[in-house]
Design a protein around this ligand. Structure first.
Ligand SMILES: *Cc1c(COP(=O)(O)O)cnc(C)c1O
Length: 485
């Protein structure tokens, strides 16, 4: 028998299909009760229905050719204008709506690589990024052949600017700062970095994918924050995701530039294609009209006052959470996170933070793990305000359980994460993860239940290598199950 599930011979009724779709959801993370601390930015069903309806109105429309569907270009113009406004840009700020933060980051790298090639004949492009930069920048480096030069972090998790200056050379095509960075929620010192970039005449991108739709409103609410947007003279471009704190439907981010002189290097033109002269402003061909409509609708729906209210609720939630965690003697917040997300670590050698994570998972929370240094992560939304007390009570209890049972550090997820984070053979980890991840995409879709199997099979008699194999399998499956949502 084939491993493939064949296409149904005759069509299935829509009712049956809807039931199946609902059934698929049964095993998904429970974001509606604010149990999930990454991946989804959910408020309530009413807002979700509003987004759905806006999306459906344009789910056939295609933004590929901006001169065809003028509706989509108009929405794109208005989204970019609104972003330029909240990022304190001048009238010259321009940009493109993309499919997500990753596309926005990829585009910045392509733009600055091509600009350096055109204006300075740079053949071996390099970009300077803090170690805390989002993984999308590492992806961009591999995809576009731009070598990464990493700025190490100081104790407070901000990039070491002295080290940064030493990395600048004639092949540097761009410098990156984040507002905030994803792993610990730290806002990089953009004003200082911008001044250095400007002095060397190097473009600087600010990755505000996660911060772009919340930091401006926090500031409007009176929260004191360092400057990181177009008010900083050295900043030449900013990415900001509407599908994160803009609470739009998935598939909407923005990349804006200080002016068209930069943006024009993002464009692709092919005059000789048999299908006609072709031009494109970003990565995608077909661009989903629904995502534009839902993003535009969300901005209109909330307006500045609405986003300020959401930012305030988020700020309340994140402040209460950070204070509550700091009050647990075994735990501390990492660095100085000023935005809506943060990470925390154990400062008690008897409390393994990954074991605390396992206990939190067991209580139905979905918390992400950090490495280098080890920690747990929280991306907080306005929706989480309802569950702060429960989260903190559970966290306290989990810390007590781990403290009383230190052997938990060597079991299940804690053992896996610990080994993945600390094993020095990074090449081996990469190779193994590649193997397992590819396996998930083999014909038939791979075995989604490998995780359970690997855990059941583990026993003390295994060789270390066999153990590593199984632990990695368990880990990657778990990550994949989380990230396919
Ligand atoms: C989320 C995020 C990205 C990537 O965005 P996606 O929409 O997930 O592709 C890039 N940078 C930062 C700082 C982010 O938080």
């Amino acid at each position: 028998m084939s491993i493939h599930k064949p296409m149904p011979i005759s069509g299935v009724s829509s009712n049956k299909i809807f039931n199946q779709l609902d059934a698929f959801k049964q095993q998904d993370p429970n974001y509606k009760d604010a149990r999930v601390w990454s991946l989804v930015y959910y408020l309530n069903d009413e807002h979700q229905d509003f987004l759905k309806e806006s999306y459906f109105k344009f789910s056939c429309e295609n933004g590929l050719n901006p001169t065809a569907f003028k509706s989509l270009k108009k929405m794109e113009n208005e989204i970019i204008s609104a972003v330029a406004d909240i990022l304190n840009g001048t009238d010259e700020v321009c940009g493109v709506v993309t499919s997500g933060g990753t596309e926005s980051c990829l585009m910045a790298v392509k733009t600055y690589r091509d600009m350096a090639k055109d204006q300075r004949r740079v053949k071996k492009p390099e970009m300077i990024i803090p170690e805390s930069a989002h993984v999308a920048w590492y992806k961009a480096s591999e995809y576009f052949g731009v070598k990464i030069r990493i700025i190490p972090l100081k104790e407070d998790l901000t990039p070491d600017l002295k080290a940064m200056k030493k990395l600048i050379n004639r092949n540097t095509v761009m410098i990156l700062g984040s507002a905030p960075e994803y792993p610990h929620g730290t806002i990089d010192p953009i004003e200082e970095m911008g001044a250095i970039a400007q002095k060397h005449n190097i473009p600087m991108h600010v990755d505000a994918c996660v911060g772009g739709f919340i930091l401006p409103f926090m500031e409007m609410n009176g929260v004191e924050l360092p400057k990181w947007d177009y008010r900083v003279p050295g900043v030449t471009s900013i990415s900001a995701d509407v599908h994160k704190y803009g609470y739009a439907a998935k598939g909407a981010s923005t990349i804006t530039y200080r002016n068209l002189d930069y943006l024009k290097y993002q464009m692709f033109v092919q005059p000789n294609w048999s299908g006609g002269v072709f031009a494109s402003s970003a990565l995608l061909g077909t661009r989903p009209g629904g995502a534009y409509a839902a993003a535009w609708a969300s901005l209109q729906y909330f307006g500045k006052e609405g986003y300020k209210k959401l930012a305030n609720e988020t700020y309340q939630a994140v402040s209460q959470l950070k204070a509550g965690i700091e009050a647990i003697p075994e735990l501390s917040i990492m660095g100085n996170p000023q935005g809506p997300l943060f990470a925390y670590q154990s400062n008690d050698p008897g409390v393994n933070i990954f074991a605390v994570g396992d206990q939190m998972d067991a209580k139905g929370w979905q918390v992400n793990r950090n490495q280098k240094p080890d920690g747990l992560h929280a991306m907080v939304t306005a929706h989480h305000l309802n569950v702060i007390d429960q989260y903190l009570a559970d966290l306290k209890e989990c810390v007590a359980i781990v403290k009383a049972n230190p052997e938990l550090a060597n079991q299940g997820g804690a053992a896996t994460y610990g080994m993945m984070a600390h094993i020095p053979l990074r090449g081996m980890v990469k190779k193994k993860v590649l193997e397992i991840y590819s396996g998930l995409y083999k014909a038939g879709g791979g075995d989604m239940d490998l995780a359970a199997q690997a855990e059941a099979e583990m026993d003390d008699t295994e060789t270390k290598k066999g153990l590593i194999d199984r632990l990695l399998t368990w880990y990657v499956n778990r990550q994949t199950q989380k990230s396919t949502k």
